[in-house]
Design a protein around this ligand. Structure first.
Ligand code: HEM
Length: 512
């Protein structure tokens, strides 16, 4: 009996002391106040508020409580920033402080134990990966020398649409799958000189489908909103099977990319690339990494190479394809904008010739259409999560070291203080009209800000503009009925469209 009373007293003491300990742990000894925080539940904190789509749920919270908020996801502190000035402060004066990524389960299992480009902590290893990605793949120089690959893929898309066209009137098509295949072939050919979608053999097509599944699953399970990351008890008990799902995905991904590396290794040993000729006659990024492996096998091991190429392919494929799909949907719902875009293309591209990347600087309206699409539908609505490596101040509030940072770019892009009629599609806002409006584009942060800003921005802007411009140049587009295209958002990290875009098209006069 005495034992029972003792146990009850102990349990009660722990329950009573827990909030006090938590309060002491989170107590701010800094002269700056803590950011405001909405009411939280014990243990869960604010996790219960993370309803899909999460950027909208978080936008609602900031409407209620302010643009800089302190949230608690389980035991982790999270700074939610929903204003341009707050984001700017995080990525200018506090840029190095927030250049880290938090340790999350997706970074552990899909980011090679936090060693891949996206998940690596800020430091020499991350700098090295970022340098390789930029210098070998994404620099302006590399983009110029690989432009023929992109033209080739866009031409393939046009040919496919022509082939599928039945002769007269308008023909129905679904675009997302085609956009995904194109974006994937573009990055894959730049990395490995290999094409998976389109006119290729069956095994390559199968591999393309497998990759699509891998990407879909990656964007469903990634991100900073999984309870298992913040409530270790869920992990230990295996509730929801989240970690199992990540491990299964990692296995599939490893197998997929190992095959690619082995193929390149075998080709190197035979002394040939064994694939279509490489851009500008150089070896591929995988060949380059394998030659680095010869010199430093421990650092450039197969896992590191797999993580590196997986990250670039996954980061570069669905993002670009989804943006193309939103752009076409917006154009179909805004016929006046579509008309203006056709006029710009017809006025600047010689009759009978296809749009090329070198034409893009002459097409400011096309550029504005893509920017306005990214403003309204940024495919990374919360950017990627960052983490502070030391104490700092944001908006006058104290932010301790080890705080996860979420920036709601989607909310900032629809802030009426920054944008006139923010819920309307008005590409004209991105056209340079007068000197003071030149900075308009700077408030757009679809590619992030600061040193962890997306390194693929140059590539993405080229591919998306080239595809959308070419489709508008070569075909007439119509909605299936009088009803507007449904613009609701689906579930997933990259702001997918809820309903895949289905449209009617027919070849345009001369271009046929
Ligand atoms: C429309 C297309 C794209 C959009 C909207 C986009 C957006 C973003 C965003 C918001 C981030 C996170 C920035 C941050 O942490 O604050 C990011 C990171 C990244 N993106 Fe992109 N991206 C696109 C296309 C691409 C492409 C084509 C590639 C490469 C082939 C790429 C490679 C990466 C990589 C490697 C990172 C991680 C950078 C790091 O942590 O240092 N992205 N992107």
């Amino acid at each position: 009996m005495g034992d029972l009373i003792f146990s009850i007293i102990t349990i009660f003491s722990i329950l009573l002391l827990f909030p006090l300990l938590l309060h002491l742990l989170l107590k701010n000894s800094n002269p700056n106040p803590n950011p405001p925080s909405p009411p939280a539940l014990p243990i869960l904190g604010h996790l219960h508020l993370l309803k899909h789509p999460i950027h909208r749920a978080l936008a609602h919270l900031s409407d209620l409580h302010g643009p800089i908020l302190l949230l608690r996801f389980g035991s982790r502190r999270v700074l939610l920033v929903s204003s341009y000035s707050g984001a700017d402060e995080c990525f200018t004066i506090n840029d190095i402080t927030f250049a880290n990524r938090p340790c999350l389960l997706s970074g552990k299992h899909l980011g090679c134990n936090h060693q891949s480009l996206l998940w690596a902590p800020y430091g020499p290893h991350w700098r090295n990966l970022r340098r390789i990605a930029t210098v070998e793949l994404l620099s302006t120089h590399r983009l110029l020398s690989s432009s023929h690959l992109r033209s080739d893929e866009v031409l393939s898309l046009v040919e496919t649409l022509h082939r599928d066209y039945s002769g007269s009137g308008f023909h129905l098509t679904e675009l997302k799958t085609k956009f995904f295949g194109l974006a994937y072939n573009v990055v894959m050919r730049m990395i490995a000189n290999k094409k998976y979608y389109g006119e290729v053999d069956e095994s390559s097509s199968e591999a393309g489908k497998e990759f699509r599944d891998i990407v879909k699953e990656t964007f469903l399970v990634g991100g900073a909103s999984n309870s298992a990351d913040f409530l270790p008890v869920l992990r230990w008990l295996g509730v929801g099977g989240y970690e199992k799902r990540l491990k299964r995905l990692r296995k599939r991904r490893d197998e997929f990319f190992q095959l690619l590396i082995d193929e390149h290794r075998a080709n190197r040993e035979c002394g040939s690339l064994g694939v279509e000729s490489s851009p500008a006659g150089r070896s591929t990024v995988i060949d380059l990494l394998l030659s680095m492996q010869d010199v430093d096998p421990e650092y450039y091991n197969d896992d590191m190479i797999k993580g590196f190429i997986a990250q670039l392919l996954i980061a570069g494929t669905d993002t670009s394809a989804t943006t193309m799909e939103w752009a076409m949907s917006l154009l179909l719902n805004n016929p006046q904008t579509l008309k203006k875009l056709i006029a710009e293309l017809d006025a600047n591209i010689k009759q009978g010739s296809l749009l090329q990347e070198t034409d893009l600087p002459k097409l400011p309206y096309l550029d504005a259409v893509i920017k306005e699409t990214l403003r309204m539908y940024p495919v990374g609505p919360l950017l990627e999560p960052h983490e502070s490596s030391q104490d700092c101040t944001v908006g006058g509030f104290h932010v301790p070291s080890g705080t996860i940072l979420l920036v709601n770019a989607w909310k900032i892009h629809r802030d009426p203080e920054l944008w006139e009629e923010p819920n309307k599609f008005i590409p004209e806002r991105f056209l340079r009209r007068s000197d003071e409006e030149i900075n308009e584009g700077l408030k757009m942060m679809a590619f992030g800000l600061g040193r962890r800003r997306c390194p693929g921005e140059g590539l993405a802007m080229r591919v998306v503009a080239l595809v959308v411009g070419t489709l508008v140049q070569c075909f007439e587009w119509e909605r299936i009925g009088a009803e507007e295209i449904d613009m609701s958002e689906g579930r997933g990290l990259t702001l997918p469209k809820g309903k895949p875009l289905e449209v009617l098209y027919k070849p345009r006069g001369d271009m046929a």
